[in-house]
Design a protein around this ligand. Structure first.
Ligand code: ATP
Ligand code: MG
Length: 454
C-alpha cells in the first residue's frame, strides 16, 4: 500500500524529520505536527490515512490525542512510538485504541512493517464491514441446463478471466446479478470485492458521492471523509445495476473513469489510481435506451465490450422442474423428488413468468407455506396476485476474522514483551499489562498452549 497520507506527531523536530524521510522513501506523503493539539487541527483539515505519534509531548500528549480522535468517532489507525522500558504506556495507548506500537530506537524495517500492518488493518475493517453485509445477502449458483442457459455459462466461463467490461441484459428476475457475480468469481479478481450498486435505487444526488466518495468538508454534512464504491472495488469488480437509470452527467463522469482508470473524491484534488473491472446491467433494450436519451452512446459502446443476454424463463420451461427443487431446498424443506404432481409441473411450464426466476422463487416459497410442508398441489400455485412472505435474515456464521487474528497477534506480542521486561515474573508482567494474574494465565494458555504455565 503506497501513496497514503500519514500524520507524524512528535515534539522533537529531528525525530519528525527522520520519520518524514523514512515514510517518504516508502512512497507516502507526510504531514507533521509538534504536539497533539496541532495534530488535531491538521487532522480536521485534511485526509489522513494513518497517524504515527510520540507519547510524551507538551500541550497534548499521545494518549490525549488518541482519546480526542476516538471521541470524534474517527477510526483512523494510530501507531504510537514509545521508549524501551515503558510498556505500561504502550498498554495504555492500546486501551485508548492505538492499533500498534513501535519501540524506540527503531530501524526502517520495523517502521515499514508497522505502517503496512496498520494500513492493511484499516483496509480490512473497511472490507469486513462490507463483506458482512454481502454475506447476509447470500447468493446461490445457477440452476438450469437448458440450451440457452448453457450458452450463458459458456460465455461466462470465457469472459470471466479477462478484464473486459460486460453489459448484461435480460428481463427482470432472469438472474443478471447472479451472472455478474459468476463472472467475477470466474475471474482472477475473485478474492477481491464484488461491489454492487443499484443506480435506480439510489437518489441521483447521492449516487455520485456513493460512487466517488468524498473528502472531509466536501459539502455541508461531510464531517468525515468517505471512501466511495469505486475505491472499494479497487482490484475487484464493480457492478453497476440498472445503468440506464444513472443521470447523464454522471454517465459522462463514469466514462472518464473507464478511460483514465483514476478517480478524485468529491471535494478533493488528489488523483487516485484504480484497477477496476466494470460489469453493468439493464432490463431495458440498451439500444432503445440510447435512442431515448437514457444511455450515452459512447458509454454504451465502452461498457458493451462483451454482452451477455439472459433468456426469459418462458423460453426455457425445461429449467423449471430443477429450479422448483432448488428453491424447495433453499427454503429449508426436504427435496420433493417425484412428489411434484405432473399436472402442477405442466401448469408451471405453461405460465408466462413475467417476473421470471424471481417470480418462480416467490411462488414456490408461498406454495410451501400454504401446503404446510405436505404435497404441493395446483391450488398452492395460484398463478394470480403474488404474496411474498417476509424473508427471515440468515444469521452470519462465526469464524475468526482477519481483524481478530491481527488483534490477537498484537496481544501475544505485548504479553511476551511484558514478560521479558518482568524477567519472567508473571505477577509483575500482569501488573505491567494492567490485567489480573488470572487473565494473564488464561491468555498464556491460549497463546502458548505448549508451555506448561501453572
Ligand atoms: N438460473 C438461476 N438459478 C437459480 N437461481 C436463480 C437463477 N436465476 C435467478 N435466480 C434467483 O432469482 C432471483 C433474481 O435474480 P437476479 O437478482 O440475479 O435477477 P435480475 O436479473 O438482476 O433481476 P432485476 O432486473 O429485477 O434486478 C435471485 O434470488 C437469484 O438468486
Ligand atoms: Mg438485478
Amino acid at each position: 500500500m503506497k501513496d497514503k497520507q500519514i500524520l507524524v506527531v512528535d515534539d522533537e523536530p529531528k525525530m519528525r524529520r527522520v520519520l518524514e524521510i523514512m515514510l517518504q522513501k516508502m512512497g507516502h506523503r507526510v504531514l507533521a505536527a509538534g504536539n497533539g493539539r496541532e495534530a488535531l487541527t491538521i487532522y480536521q483539515g485534511s485526509t489522513v490515512d494513518l497517524v504515527i505519534t510520540d507519547l510524551r509531548m507538551p500541550e497534548m500528549d499521545g494518549i490525549e490525542l488518541l482519546a480526542a480522535l476516538r471521541a470524534q468517532e474517527s477510526d483512523v489507525p494510530v501507531v504510537v512510538i514509545t521508549a524501551h522500558g515503558t510498556i505500561e504506556t504502550a498498554v495504555a495507548a492500546m486501551k485508548h485504541g492505538a492499533c500498534d506500537y513501535i519501540l524506540r530506537p527503531f530501524d526502517v524495517d520495523v517502521l515499514e512493517l508497522a505502517v503496512q500492518r496498520a494500513l492493511n488493518g484499516a483496509e480490512m475493517v473497511r472490507q469486513n464491514t462490507f463483506l458482512k453485509q454481502e454475506l447476509n445477502r447470500g447468493w446461490d449458483a445457477f440452476i438450469g441446463t437448458s440450451e440457452p442457459m448453457r450458452a450463458v455459462y459458456d460465455l461466462i466461463r470465457r469472459v470471466g478471466p479477462s478484464k473486459a467490461s460486460v453489459l448484461i441484459t435480460g428481463e427482470t428476475g432472469t438472474g443478471k446479478e447472479l451472472a455478474a457475480r459468476a463472472i467475477h468469481n470466474a475471474s482472477p479478481r475473485r478474492d477481491r470485492l464484488f461491489v454492487p450498486i443499484n443506480c435506480a435505487a439510489i437518489p441521483a444526488d447521492i449516487l455520485e458521492s456513493e460512487l466517488f466518495g468524498y473528502e472531509k468538508g466536501a459539502f455541508t454534512g461531510a464531517v468525515k471523509e468517505r471512501v466511495g464504491k469505486f475505491e472499494l472495488a479497487d482490484g475487484g469488480t464493480i457492478f453497476l445495476d440498472e445503468l440506464t437509470e444513472m443521470p447523464l452527467g454522471l454517465q459522462a463522469k463514469l466514462l472518464r473513469v473507464l478511460q483514465e482508470n483514476t478517480i478524485e473524491r468529491l471535494g478533493g484534488n488528489r488523483v487516485i489510481n484504480l484497477d477496476i473491472r466494470i460489469i453493468a446491467a439493464t432490463n431495458r433494450d440498451p439500444l432503445e435506451a440510447v435512442r431515448d436519451g437514457k444511455l450515452r452512446e459512447d458509454l454504451y459502446y465502452r461498457v458493451n465490450v462483451i454482452s451477455v443476454d439472459l433468456p426469459p424463463l418462458r423460453k426455457r420451461p425445461e429449467d423449471i422442474a430443477g429450479l422448483v427443487e432448488h428453491f424447495v431446498i433453499k427454503h429449508g424443506y426436504s427435496p420433493l423428488g417425484a412428489k411434484l404432481p405432473p399436472a402442477v409441473l405442466d401448469r408451471l411450464m405453461a405460465y408466462a413468468w413475467p417476473g421470471n426466476v424471481r417470480e418462480l422463487e416467490n411462488m414456490v416459497e408461498r406454495a410451501l407455506i400454504l401446503s404446510g410442508g405436505g404435497v404441493l398441489d395446483e391450488a398452492h400455485f395460484l398463478l394470480g396476485p403474488k404474496v411474498v412472505p417476509a424473508a427471515s435474515a440468515p444469521d452470519g456464521s462465526k469464524s475468526l476474522s482477519p481483524l481478530t487474528q491481527a488483534v490477537e497477534g498484537l496481544e501475544a506480542r505485548l504479553i511476551d514483551e511484558a514478560l521479558a521486561q518482568a524477567g519472567g515474573n508473571k505477577a509483575r508482567a500482569a501488573a505491567l499489562l494492567d490485567i489480573s494474574e488470572r487473565t494473564l494465565w488464561y491468555k498464556l494458555k491460549k497463546y502458548h498452549p505448549d508451555q506448561n504455565s501453572e
